[in-house]
Design a protein. Structure first.
Ligand code: 0X9
Ligand code: ZN
Length: 447
């Protein structure tokens, strides 16, 4: 009998073939899974990269330049308006900061040359700035266990800090639930002051997710107020005479998204559209809602939302202003960047009845800053200082009777834009604290 005729051999062959098939199948399943995994990692888990994206400052001087800029599609992946934040807000003879992805950059520069429009490369490689932004990270959290106010913190860290702060200063600070966000995260508020029934100063930080210096400022402001009470006479007066209601981080969902997925995210994370996510929380308030300076297009970075106060965090802020109507002397929304004190109105070319007072206080605050760090902050009504904004919080707060109502744009003026290095947090805190003394004094004497 030849070995090949052996019945067992036949079975062995069948068995081998089966094994091969099995191995092949397992391998292809593995490959398929690894692709899926990579896809998931890249698309869902990993942070979006901005290699060779550039921010250009454009200087439009003719109507042709203007329409060229306005024709640039406001697609978040290709063209991202930094300042002003929307193509429709661009004006002749006013500079425009825009981020372009590497894919379109060459073409854009060619067209700018054809158009004879002056431009300047403001940020040459955005990814590099993102990597360098956490420039104090070597010392992150390592300062003998105490909270480090000079680094940027995640949502979880900020939540923990709010709780710890309230526990550390039981006589001066109280934590309260403020809202549940669209993605069901907790938004908390800290009420600080010697008593809780003084005239109110309401402050929110972190309305726009990518403006990280804003929540960082709120935290160092609160820390200074609490730690210097009874030590610094100005702080003591501010804490004795006013009740401070502060939301250190309002747009929690967007903020979390800037840490995990897309550093350039601005809006909330509500989904009202198949393709585009998010509402501009500073276009969602009940003041000329969906009017000029806001977009009804869900893909726009200034989308006003499907209805007034559609965003839970906007609803909560509006509710608190309604609740304490008549008792709120001051309101500030902290944003970045541009170094500007903006007061109402932003939705119309119209002055408030106390415009002179608002201008005067801003001017004092700006000189206090200049004396502290030599930084120049400008000031003026929204319609004049930047561009029209409808549905913004400070116009609405003013309309609801808050006399001193501001949007403050923190550092810088565009060198780093939203990617302000951590090494500049401290200076920003120092200068803005001096401005806050001026604003608080006005609010105290106003009552
Ligand atoms: O557009 C906004 O909501 C604010 N600027 S930001 O770059 N932080 O997004 C400005 C609101 C203040 N109003 C006006 N400048 N008119
Ligand atoms: Zn902003």
């Amino acid at each position: 009998m030849k070995p090949t005729d052996h019945p067992i051999d036949k079975h062995q062959i069948y068995f081998c073939t089966f094994l091969h098939l099995l191995i092949l199948m397992t391998a292809s399943i593995q490959i398929a899974f690894s692709y899926l995994y990579t896809f998931l990692i890249a698309g869902v888990v990993a942070n979006k990269r901005f290699d060779k994206h550039q921010v250009l400052t454009l200087y439009p001087t003719t109507p042709e330049h203007l329409s060229f800029i306005q024709d640039l599609e406001n697609d978040n992946n290709i063209v991202d308006f930094w300042s002003p934040d929307d193509a429709t807000s661009v004006r002749i003879n006013e500079k425009v900061d825009v981020r372009f992805s590497s894919a379109v950059l060459g073409n854009i520069k060619m067209k700018l040359q054809e158009q004879k429009m002056d431009y300047e490369v403001k940020i040459a490689n955005l990814q590099q700035l993102i990597d360098e932004q956490l420039d104090l990270k070597q010392t992150r959290g390592s300062k003998n266990g105490s909270y480090d106010y000079n680094v940027y913190h995640t949502y979880d860290e900020i939540q923990q800090w709010i709780a710890d702060t309230a526990n550390q200063y039981p006589n001066l600070a109280r934590k309260s639930f403020f809202a549940t966000s669209t993605e069901r995260r907790n938004v908390d508020m800290l009420t600080i002051g010697k008593s809780t029934d003084k005239p109110i100063f309401l402050i929110d930080c972190g309305v726009h997710a990518r403006e990280w210096i804003s929540p960082a400022f709120c935290q160092c402001f609160i820390n200074r107020m609490l730690s210097q009470y009874g030590v610094d006479p100005q702080v003591t007066r501010m804490m004795d005479e006013m009740t401070w209601m502060i939301i250190p981080l309002l747009n929690v969902d967007g903020y979390e998204y800037t840490w995990a997925n897309d550093r350039m995210w601005r809006k909330t994370r509500s989904k009202y559209d198949t393709f585009c996510t998010g509402v501009d929380a500073n276009r969602n308030f009940d003041i000329n809602w969906s009017g000029e300076g806001a977009s009804t297009e869900p893909c726009s970075n200034t989308y006003c939302g499907p209805s007034v106060e559609s965003e839970p965090v906007v609803k909560a802020l509006s509710d608190i202003i309604r609740k304490y109507k008549g008792n709120i002397q001051g309101y500030i929304a902290f944003h970045s960047y541009s170094q500007v004190f903006v007061y109402p109105y932003s939705y119309a070319y119209e002055d408030t009845e106390n415009a002179a007072q608002l201008n005067d206080v801003s001017s004092r605050a700006a000189s206090a800053i200049q004396q502290t760090t030599s930084k120049i902050y400008t000031f003026g009504p929204g319609y004049e200082s930047m561009y029209l904004v409808s549905g913004g919080s400070k116009d609405w707060a003013y309309q609801m009777g808050v006399p001193l109502s501001y949007t403050i744009e923190l550092r810088d003026t565009g060198k780093y834009g939203f990617l302000l290095p951590e090494s500049q947090i401290d200076g920003t805190c120092q200068e803005m604290f001096q401005a806050m003394i001026m604003l608080a004094e006005e609010a105290i004497t106003n009552t």
